[in-house]
Design a protein around this ligand. Structure first.
Ligand SMILES: CC(C)(COP(=O)(O)OP(=O)(O)OC[C@H]1O[C@@H](n2cnc3c(N)ncnc32)[C@H](O)[C@@H]1OP(=O)(O)O)[C@@H](O)C(=O)NCCC(=O)NCCS
Length: 186
């Protein structure tokens, strides 16, 4: 394989989840998750309030634009209910073999370890199955986002420092805590 070619986004399976690319039929579930203020507060690019066609628009964006941006996006399908309860993504910098991750869960599905489970599968793919293997995975988290910081800790990431004023959200510069894990630490 050409080492500079983007790999297809794989389907990943865990005990409780199926991680797969979004389908047009997921639009209502995506809207039902993204519409919560706690989701919009934690991430950079989801509007609040969400417009009614947000689910369709987000899925169209993933299908049409994520590949060109070296972005892999998975929706998290709950095996029990068949519903999509969250999503996560990895943006890959192939030149440096580094990936940045982002993630979100419907509020009703937090506190059960689902995102820990999902990201372990994503990390496993990036570190072990991706060609070439990714050497470093990082996440940037707003300092007040305790659940997300704890999730990074639980995944074995190291809090490396605060990127001061590194993100613009709602017309103001925000700090972000950068956590990262190396392939040798996974
Ligand atoms: C960040 C976010 C995904 C974390 O959700 P979460 O449910 O805490 O994460 P997990 O699914 O890994 O669950 C971990 C929690 O479940 C508990 N848990 C229960 N069973 C568990 C299991 N089998 N394995 C791991 N944790 C388990 C843990 O104790 C932990 O709770 P705690 O943080 O109170 O100690 C969620 O808060 C969210 O979607 N926030 C809004 C969007 C956002 O901020 N995204 C991050 C952008 S950087």
């Amino acid at each position: 394989m050409n080492r500079t070619t983007r790999q297809p986004t794989p389907r990943l399976e865990t005990d409780r989840l199926i991680l797969r690319g979004p389908l047009p039929a997921d639009a209502d579930d995506v809207y039902e998750t993204h519409r919560h203020k706690s989701v919009a507060d934690g991430v950079i690019s989801i509007p609040h309030p969400c417009p009614p066609d947000h689910g369709e628009a987000w899925i169209r964006w993933v299908l049409e634009e994520a590949p060109a941006a070296s972005l892999h996006i998975w929706v998290l399908e709950d095996r029990g209910s068949g519903r999509v309860v969250g999503d996560c993504g990895a943006q890959i910098d192939l030149k440096h073999r580094v990936a940045g991750v982002g993630y979100l869960l419907h509020p009703d599905h937090r506190g059960r370890g689902l995102m820990t489970e999902a990201l372990r599968a994503v990390f496993g793919w990036l570190f072990e199955a991706h060609t070439p293997p990714i050497e470093r995975i990082y996440a940037d988290v707003f300092p007040e986002n305790g659940p997300s910081l704890r999730l990074c800790d639980r995944l074995g990431m190291t809090r490396e420092g605060v990127l001061r004023g590194s993100v613009r959200k709602n017309d103001r510069q925000r700090d972000a805590v950068r956590s990262a894990i190396l392939r040798s630490e996974f």
